[in-house]
Write a protein that binds this ligand. Structure first.
Ligand code: SF4
Length: 393
C-alpha cells in the first residue's frame, strides 16, 4: 500500500503504516470471529460465567465473545449483577462527567455514513481562539465540568497540531483534563500536545473489518485502515495518559467489531501499560444521515455488551454519551458505566449561541448537566466532575 503523500518524507518510524497493531490484526479472520459468537452454546456461557465469578484469571477475548452471544442473552440478569459488582469493586459508586466541545466541522474525508462528509454542502466553520474561549466560559456556566473533550472533523491543514496546540492552551485554564477526538496524528505530534496539557485521545476505528472499511471510507486520509489502526500505538508511544477507543456499532456485524475491539484493547494494555484506557459503544440508528446500518443493536444487546465488557475488563473506563436516551442511561449508570457526557452540543459554537449548523449526531439526552447529576445521585451514586489535576501533567 502506498504511503499517503502527506507523510511521505517523514522519517519518524511511527508515521508509516506497517508499525503496530496493523501487523497483528491479520491473524484474526473476520468470519471466524463472528462464528465464535454464533457457535457459543449454553454450556460455554455457563463455563465462562463460572470463570468470571471465580475471578482468578481475566477472561480472554474469545470468552468475551461467548458473553455477547445470543446464547448468553437468557443470562443477562446474571451478567448485569457481575458487571455491577466488578464496577463497584474497582471504581466505587461514581460517575465521572465530561462535556464535548466541537471546534470544527470541516473534514477532508468522505465517510459515507456521516453528515460532516466532505461532499455534503453546508456551512463549515472552525472556531477562532476567541470563539473557543467563549465556548469554555459558556460550558463553565452549565456546570462545574473539569473534563473537556475537544472534537473536530479531520482537516489537518486547518485543524492540525498547530491549531490544536493553541486550542489546548486556551482551554487549559478552564479545565483540568483535556482530551481530543480529531484525526490520527504522528507520535511526535501527540507528544508535543501533551506539553500543552493534552491528557487523553479518543479515536474510533469505526470497524475492524478491513475489507468493508474501505467501502465506508472511500477517500481522504481516513481511507487508510492501517494508518488509523496504528494510531493507537502512536498514542501509546507518545505517552498519552488515557486512550479512548471504540467502533461505530452497526456499520458491520456489531459482535464481530466488539470482539475485535476486545482483542485490540488487550494488545494495547500489554504494550502500553502506563496508559489508561476507555471504551465507548456508539451505535448507529436507522435514520442517521439517511444511512442504513448493516446491523441494528437493540437496547438489550447494548446492555449485554456493556456488562460483558466490564466482566472482560474490570479496569477499563466505559463511557456513555448523550447519543443514548435518559431512561437507558439512568438504567445503566449503576451497572457498568463509569463516565457520561451531559449538556452536549455537537456543533461548533453550540454553547454560546444556537447556531443553525448541522449536528454530527442526534443528541437523545437533552437534560441539563445538573439534571443528569441529580439522576446519578438518585441512584446513590456520586457525580465526579474532577478526577485529574493539571499538576499531574
Ligand atoms: S466521521 Fe469524522 S472523519 Fe468521517 S466525515 Fe464525519 S467528521 Fe469526517
Amino acid at each position: 500500500m502506498p504511503e499517503p503523500k502527506f507523510f511521505k518524507s517523514d522519517p519518524d518510524k511511527n508515521s508509516v503504516f506497517g508499525y503496530g497493531y496493523a501487523d497483528i490484526i491479520g491473524k484474526y479472520d473476520w468470519n471466524n470471529t463472528i462464528r465464535l459468537v454464533e457457535d457459543a452454546s449454553d454450556e460455554d456461557v455457563r463455563r465462562v460465567i463460572a470463570k468470571a465469578r471465580a475471578n482468578r484469571k481475566p477472561l480472554t477475548p474469545e470468552e468475551f465473545a461467548v458473553l455477547i452471544s445470543p446464547a448468553a442473552t437468557p443470562y443477562i440478569e446474571e451478567l448485569a449483577a457481575l458487571s455491577r459488582h466488578f464496577t463497584k469493586e474497582r471504581f466505587g459508586n461514581i460517575i465521572s462527567m465530561y462535556i464535548p466541545m466541537y471546534v470544527s466541522n470541516e473534514c477532508t474525508n468522505k465517510c459515507i455514513y456521516c453528515g460532516f462528509n466532505h461532499d455534503n454542502p453546508f456551512h463549515r466553520t472552525t472556531l477562532s481562539l476567541q470563539e473557543v474561549e467563549a465556548e469554555c466560559k459558556a460550558i463553565k456556566e452549565l456546570g462545574p465540568f473539569e473534563n473537556l473533550l475537544i472534537v473536530a472533523g479531520e482537516y489537518p491543514t486547518k485543524c492540525g497540531v498547530d491549531y490544536l496546540e493553541k486550542v489546548l492552551e486556551v482551554c487549559r485554564p478552564y479545565f483540568h483534563n483535556l482530551t481530543i477526538e480529531v484525526q490520527p496524528m504522528r507520535a511526535r505530534d501527540y507528544e508535543r500536545l501533551t506539553h500543552s496539557g493534552l491528557n487523553g485521545v479518543v479515536c474510533f476505528q469505526e470497524t475492524y473489518n478491513k475489507e468493508s472499511y474501505k467501502t465506508f471510507h472511500p477517500r481522504g486520509m481516513k481511507s487508510h485502515f492501517d494508518w488509523r489502526l496504528n494510531g493507537f500505538d502512536r498514542m501509546g508511544e507518545a505517552g498519552v495518559h488515557k486512550i479512548g477507543m471504540g467502533a461505530l456499532l452497526g456499520l458491520e456485524d456489531w459482535q464481530g467489531d466488539a470482539v475485535m475491539l476486545a482483542r485490540h484493547l488487550r494488545y494495547l494494555q500489554k504494550k502500553y501499560w502506563r496508559s489508561r484506557f476507555s471504551v465507548n459503544f456508539p451505535r448507529m440508528r436507522p435514520s442517521e444521515s439517511g444511512y442504513k446500518p448493516k446491523s441494528i443493536i437493540s437496547d438489550k444487546q447494548l446492555a449485554q455488551l456493556t456488562f460483558a465488557f466490564r466482566i472482560f475488563d474490570h479496569d477499563v473506563d466505559i463511557s456513555y454519551s448523550t447519543r443514548e436516551d435518559p431512561e437507558f442511561r439512568n438504567h445503566l449508570l449503576s451497572l457498568g458505566v463509569t463516565s457520561m457526557s451531559a449538556g452536549s452540543r455537537t456543533e461548533p459554537g453550540g454553547y454560546v449561541s444556537e447556531p443553525d449548523a448541522l449536528e454530527q449526531f442526534e443528541v437523545c439526552d437533552g437534560r441539563s448537566p445538573l439534571e443528569v447529576s441529580k439522576a446519578i445521585e438518585k441512584e446513590g451514586y456520586q457525580t465526579v466532575w474532577k478526577d485529574w489535576d493539571a499538576v499531574f501533567d
